[in-house]
Ligand binder design. Structure first.
Ligand SMILES: [Zn+2]
Length: 191
């Protein structure tokens, strides 16, 4: 297994539509395993292939909360086949939009159909954080970020800050300054 670098916004690859995989073969399985390792290291609870620069419809998840514990989930070509009329609001974060969080409204419950790590067709009913996470990751496969669900004003503010942070980081690296230590505060999970 290998860690892959995570792409952060703004990056044109995060706005592209990903292509389905023909089947989950050894190569796709390898991608899934690398993505899971990358997600754990980040740390995050969900990761979509475009976030590591692979424009393929593959996502991984592992939610470990008091109310939901899924263990590692691997999904290829995931599709929402049913969504509830009832909505739920969660504060979302994203590994591709580091350190930014916002409330996002989505259907509270969804049913997702996908190919698992053995290329077997599966269907899963999701609610709570799992439902949010599945919808957030499938959005990535269609080039949609959580900031696309919020006001343009707030979205532009977040994207401007990300660009500023990236420029500062590049400048520090050029000057040979050590990377700033990661903030260790309690925040919403990154997806
Ligand atoms: Zn994300």
């Amino acid at each position: 297994m290998a860690l892959k670098p995570i792409i952060t916004a703004p990056d044109p690859r995060l706005k592209k539509k990903s292509k389905p995989v023909a089947a989950v073969d050894a190569e796709v399985r390898q991608l899934m395993d690398d993505m899971l390792e990358t997600m754990y290291a980040a740390p995050g609870i969900g990761l979509a292939a475009p976030q590591v620069g692979e424009l393929r419809r593959v996502i991984v998840l592992d939610i470990d909360r008091e109310d939901v514990k899924t263990g590692p989930l691997f999904m290829a070509n995931p599709e929402i086949v049913e969504a509830s009329d009832e909505d739920a609001t969660y504060e979302e974060g994203c590994l591709s939009l580091p350190d930014h969080y916002s409330d996002v409204v989505r259907p509270a419950k969804v049913t997702v159909r996908y190919l698992d790590r053995d290329s077997k067709k599966q269907e899963m009913a999701c609610e709570g954080l799992l439902s949010t996470c599945v919808q957030h990751e499938i959005d990535h496969l269609d080039g949609i970020l959580f900031v696309d669900h919020i006001s343009a004003l707030k979205r532009n503010m977040i994207l401007r800050k990300l660009l500023k942070t990236r420029k500062e980081k590049e400048r520090d690296e050029a000057e040979g300054k050590p990377a700033a230590p990661k903030k260790d505060k309690e925040t919403a999970p990154a997806l």
